[in-house]
Design a protein around this ligand. Structure first.
Ligand SMILES: Nc1ncnc2c1ncn2[C@@H]1O[C@H](COP(=O)(O)OP(=O)(O)OP(=O)(O)O)[C@@H](O)[C@H]1O
Ligand SMILES: *[C@@H]1O[C@H](CO)[C@@H](O)[C@H](O)[C@H]1NC(C)=O
Ligand SMILES: *[C@@H]1O[C@H](CO)[C@@H](O)[C@H](O)[C@H]1NC(C)=O
Ligand SMILES: *[C@@H]1O[C@H](CO)[C@@H](O)[C@H](O)[C@H]1NC(C)=O
Ligand SMILES: *[C@@H]1O[C@H](CO)[C@@H](O)[C@H](O)[C@H]1NC(C)=O
Ligand SMILES: [Mg+2]
Length: 441
């Protein structure tokens, strides 16, 4: 076994790292232009990703500038990864450790940059003459580049990637893995695009990398997403872009110009925190005709919880206590919180239709269907008088999912969970198929 040494670097910056972290660092596994990767002695399978800027900086002015940048990059990366993780996207990120370092799952990196574009700009215009800047891609445009500094990161086709037959952490990167990265890149872009839209910002394009988690052998989003990973245009306006392009476009590097670049990064890092804040906080109110349906209703509440949606359960019968039903309705209409009602009533469902005829809020019928009379009972939820718009689903999970879809229209965090769940289902199917194919060979 390797002897972990807590002095991976001889210089003074090392003591600085140790002081701020109180983590036992093992071997330095990798070092690039902007980051160092250390083994963690007490957390096998994990690494410390340390941003280098503050370490390499020499004179005080430069150091100040770099520290500012590293901190901004830190904030951006950790907020973005938190957002993706809360949505349910698999990432290497584990936790923020200090101002300039985070703990991540140890990965073997797949040397491909996945680029996803909503709006044509930059290198795409050069490679595709005739396409004007601002052309919108729907569906999103996906490109991949092999990470090869010596050859200027050439663009690759899927076939080139497949034929290279990468094997990382024991995982062969084949058709299944390439498709998973392709689909994940699109989902990640859509989640971030939706989040930035809450700040009136257009996510123009984005580049990301994947790694194979050495312990789980799963493909996860790894490395970082920071100031350098995307282009953002406030309110879709190219002239106010808040990203590295400002820096690239500078004709000459004057102090005023540098100040503007710094201001832009600060603007992004301030806004990035807001991406984690829920826009609207909605509520699901489950009305049950009797407590015999409680188990069914608890399932709805649990599923709502997985979307981060508050859910309350009430008992009321539209047949036996209509005054109370309308009273409860008024209670939830009266406090201004956006509400979706779910009606759970066995046999003849009077509850959902009565609610639907008396509130402008959405009503979802979720009747607990029994084998004996289910085929007949269901019509009380389906065949409505004119003027009623309630919907009907049968499974408790589906009721919660439909409510989440309604809230997702205005709440990007709920929407992100739905989007990530779609991705994860797609990936599970793909992997199940791969496994079955391997068995039958
Ligand atoms: N979770 C992780 N586990 C293992 N290695 C990682 C992880 N995250 C990032 N790395 C790797 O750490 C190395 C150092 O990062 P850095 O960004 O400084 O490299 P770089 O100089 O930009 O080179 P590259 O072109 O590979 O990105 C990179 O090779 C990166 O892929
Ligand atoms: C780094 O990110 C964390 C988590 O967002 C934050 O608490 C911390 O203040 C950041 N550091 C700096 C210097 O901004
Ligand atoms: C991603 O997948 C789509 C659909 O299969 C395919 O058309 C596209 O070429 C792929 N993109 C890349 C960069 O591999
Ligand atoms: C976004 O734009 C809308 C309409 O112009 C405005 O009402 C809203 O306050 C803006 N939001 C932010 C976060 O700037
Ligand atoms: C983006 O932040 C990184 C720090 O991670 C820094 O090295 C880089 O210079 C920044 N980009 C620009 C254009 O300053
Ligand atoms: Mg890098």
């Amino acid at each position: 076994p390797k002897t972990p040494h807590s002095s991976p670097m001889p210089d003074s910056s090392n003591s600085l790292i140790l002081k701020s972290l109180l983590l036992k660092l093992g071997q330095k596994l990798n070092e690039g232009k902007t980051k160092q990767i250390f083994e963690l002695v007490d957390e096998p399978g994990h690494v410390l990703v340390q941003s280098k800027d503050q370490i390499t900086a020499g004179n005080a002015v430069r150091k100040d500038q770099m520290e500012g940048k590293a901190a901004i990059a830190n904030r951006t990366t950790s907020c973005v990864f938190k957002l993706l993780q809360e949505a349910g996207i698999k990432t290497a990120f584990v936790r923020q450790q200090s101002e300039t370092a985070f703990v991540a799952a140890h990965c073997e990196m797949i040397p491909i940059e996945w680029v996803c574009r909503r709006v044509a700009t930059g290198s795409f215009l050069k490679r595709n003459p005739g396409v004007k800047e601002g052309y919108r891609f729907s569906p999103l445009k996906l490109e991949m580049f092999f990470k090869d500094d010596a050859n200027n990161d050439p663009q690759w086709s899927e076939e080139q990637l497949l034929e290279t037959k990468f094997s990382l952490a024991g995982l062969n990167v084949g058709r299944c893995e390439v498709d998973i990265m392709n689909r994940s890149t699109v989902a990640i872009f859509e989640v971030l695009e939706r989040a930035w839209a809450t700040q009136n910002c257009t996510l123009v394009d984005m580049k990301i990398e994947f790694g194979v988690n050495v312990r789980t052998k799963e493909i996860v989003l790894a490395d970082v997403i920071d100031n350098d990973s995307w282009r953002l245009w406030p309110a879709g306006d190219r002239s106010q872009q808040k990203d590295k392009q400002v820096y690239r476009d500078l004709k000459e590097v004057t102090p005023e110009a540098m100040q503007m670049v710094k201001k832009n990064f600060e603007w992004v890092s301030e806004r990035v925190k807001l991406l984690l804040e829920p826009k609207a906080c909605g509520r699901v109110v489950v009305l049950m005709g009797s407590t015999s349906d409680l188990a069914h209703c608890e399932k709805i509440r649990k599923a709502c919880g997985s979307y981060g949606i508050h859910c309350v359960l009430r008992v009321t019968s539209a047949h036996k206590g209509p005054d109370e039903t309308l009273h409860i309705k008024a209670e939830y209409e009266g406090d201004g919180v956006p509400t979706v009602f779910v009606a759970v009533a066995g046999r003849s469902n009077g509850l959902g239709p009565v609610m639907s005829g008396n509130t402008a809020y959405p009503v979802i019928n979720c009747p607990p269907i029994t084998p004996d009379w289910g085929a007949q009972d269901i019509w009380s939820s389906l065949r409505m008088p004119s003027g009623l718009g309630c919907s009907t689903v049968l499974s408790p999970d589906a009721a919660a999912q439909f409510a989440a879809q309604i809230f997702g229209l205005s709440d990007h965090l709920v929407w992100s969970k739905l989007r990530a769940s779609m991705l994860n289902t797609w990936v599970s199917l793909k992997q199940a198929d791969k496994k079955l194919q391997a068995c039958s060979l």
